[in-house]
Design a protein around this ligand. Sequence first.
Ligand code: DX5
Ligand code: ZN
Length: 220
Amino acid sequence: MIRIAPSLLASDFGHLADQIIEVEKYGADWIHVDVMDGHFVPNITFGPPVVASVRKYTGLPFDVHLMVEDTDKFIVPFRNAGADIITVHQESCKNLSRTIRSIKKIGAKAGIVLKPATPVITIKDMLDEIDLVLIMTVEPGFGNQKFIKSILQKIKDMRKMIELSKREILLEVDGGIDKNTAKSVIDAGADVLVAGTSIFKSSSIKTAISSLREASKKHR
Ligand code: DX5
Ligand code: ZN
């Protein structure tokens, strides 16, 4: 089953709760929350108080993508704010294994994110410890960027590595996902589609989610 995770980055922040309620109503599986600190990426978004404020409006899992320099500092605050899944960047963690263990210890699912230039081999020895891998299909920091086609091979390689590990690890993709790119990432092996612009900036959230769902059904 393919999961769809609308990214709040592209939503109307003035109506955050309503936007969450709407995507849940039209079939979203997770809520993707992009946390940016202005250091690891050149943009700033949400802190834990914002997540805590909207948490009560949905029962869907909150998938919190940390794009911050000091990852360890933010794990407990986001878990307390209601994060169910916490993904951290391979590039920002000095002690990746320790960071992953600290996420699991407080009861959240843990994932590792790879920027476009980071090879999958860098996390081969971490597969026993994680629940999810997130492959960036754009450079992190902003929404509405163009999907980088050459990452498709990396998604395939990651899928192969997951199969070989025999572990149940979800493969999530993030950046430039719409009904067209969805087909190719699913063919390459993705299980979870993060989509910001193609959902929230479309003329109909309902149609956008159902066309992503349709694209998912036809492929795999
Ligand atoms: C980028 C974020 C993405 C972003 C995707 O740094 O991680 O989650 O919201 O946005 P779209 O779907 O517009 O490419
Ligand atoms: Zn993201």
